[in-house]
Design a protein around this ligand. Structure first.
Ligand SMILES: C[S@@+](CC[C@H](N)C(=O)[O-])C[C@H]1O[C@@H](n2cnc3c(N)ncnc32)[C@H](O)[C@@H]1O
Length: 226
């Protein structure tokens, strides 16, 4: 994460935009790496934004970021931004190519885009597709992913391909937290449902898409600078 953001090499007064920011990890990291940058971050989810605001306060970054609750497709920043991010949220724009095209107009001349997208590490199995609720055409292999970006007029200048251990950590963390909470609160009316939800997701991952779906985060630059 850090290396990708460092390589985005924003100017000191840079503006950063994060579309589908979730709990804000990417945008906050960008502000940490670029100590005078300011940011806008957009998400539909109130709980995710509350977490993001809490993290921003804890890291003393709250005065440099504006969190906006809304549809990332509709949102327009006050001016074009130097770094525009959309990590794990390309579905909002209808896919990877559509995301790159939609974000293009938000990126200032000389600016960069950071896009995170799933890809097939291996041809998807029926079990993987079922667990993800996906079709084979929803993702491409890694080379096809890069080609899609290039067709949209942008070139990868750096990338991080998530390792299996990083995926595992992500999956164990959230299914594990949910399971632990339910086991520690057996009398809570939601405890049983929480255990079942964690189990269902974990099984879909372990029997389905583990090692099949990969994740690439691409730092992009315009092929034809404005
Ligand atoms: C997989 S999360 C990625 C979050 C974050 N970018 C990250 O990498 O941690 C996808 C996010 O997209 C948000 N989202 C879904 N539809 C959206 C929309 N139309 N506008 C804004 N955010 C949306 C969800 O609330 C969720 O936080």
């Amino acid at each position: 994460m850090g290396r990708l953001i460092q390589r985005a090499a924003c100017s000191p007064d840079a503006l950063v935009l994060d579309l589908g920011c979730g709990a804000g990890e990417w945008v906050l990291r960008a502000l940490q790496e670029h100590p005078t940058a300011r940011a806008f971050a957009v998400d539909m989810s109130e709980p995710a934004l509350r977490r993001a605001e809490g993290s921003a306060r804890e890291r003393r970054l709250g005065d440099r970021v504006t969190f906006v609750r809304g549809d990332a497709q509709e949102y327009r920043p006050p001016q074009a931004c130097d770094l525009v991010m959309c990590v794990g949220s390309t579905h909002v724009f209808g896919g990877l190519g559509e995301t790159v095209q939609a974000l293009d107009e938000q990126v200032a001349p000389g600016g960069a885009m950071l896009v995170g997208e799933g890809f097939w590490e291996r041809p998807p199995t029926a079990e993987a597709l079922e667990a993800l609720g996906a079709e084979p055409a929803d993702f491409q292999d890694l080379a096809g992913t890069v080609e899609t970006v290039e067709r949209a007029g942008w070139a990868p200048v750096y990338a991080h391909i998530s390792e299996l251990g990083e995926w595992d950590d992500y999956e164990w963390s959230w299914t594990g937290s949910l399971t632990r909470w339910a086991l520690d609160n057996p009398d809570h009316p939601d405890a049983e449902a929480a255990i079942a939800a964690a189990r269902e997701h974990r099984t879909g991952w372990l029997r389905g898409y583990r090692g099949v779906l990969g994740f690439a985060t691409l730092l992009l630059q315009r092929q034809n600078p404005r």
